[in-house]
Design a protein around this ligand. Structure first.
Ligand SMILES: [Zn+2]
Length: 104
């Protein structure tokens, strides 16, 4: 009977967790979204100042989050405006439906 827990990973590898599907990985399969003074944006650089959250780089997870915007609101400690939602929705629409096969 195996009782092993999650394997330990070196600490310097940053682990991200998708706020929609809760998948954790160090792979660059995530897109950061960031809360700024002018709203919530997809953060292509991953380096913008502000509270950030991560979503898998696939439309499925973005749609999931956008269907329940409170997932994003809780992660970013903010309320999403209609503009924020429209911006994130447009971004989601441009993403491939499922990248996991390519990353495996
Ligand atoms: Zn995900």
């Amino acid at each position: 009977m195996m009782v092993r827990k999650m394997p330990l990973l070196p600490k310097r590898v940053p682990i991200r967790t998708c706020i929609a599907c809760r998948t954790s990985s160090s792979k660059r399969a995530f897109r950061r979204i960031v809360r700024t003074e002018s709203g919530v944006f997809p953060d292509e650089s991953g380096k913008r100042n502000g509270r950030g959250a991560y979503l898998c780089l696939q439309a499925e997870c973005w749609r999931k989050a956008l269907q329940k915007p409170q997932i994003i609101e809780q992660a970013l400690h903010t309320a999403l405006t209609a503009e924020d939602l429209a911006r994130l929705q447009a971004y989601a629409d441009a993403l491939p439906p499922d990248l996991k096969a390519d990353l495996a």
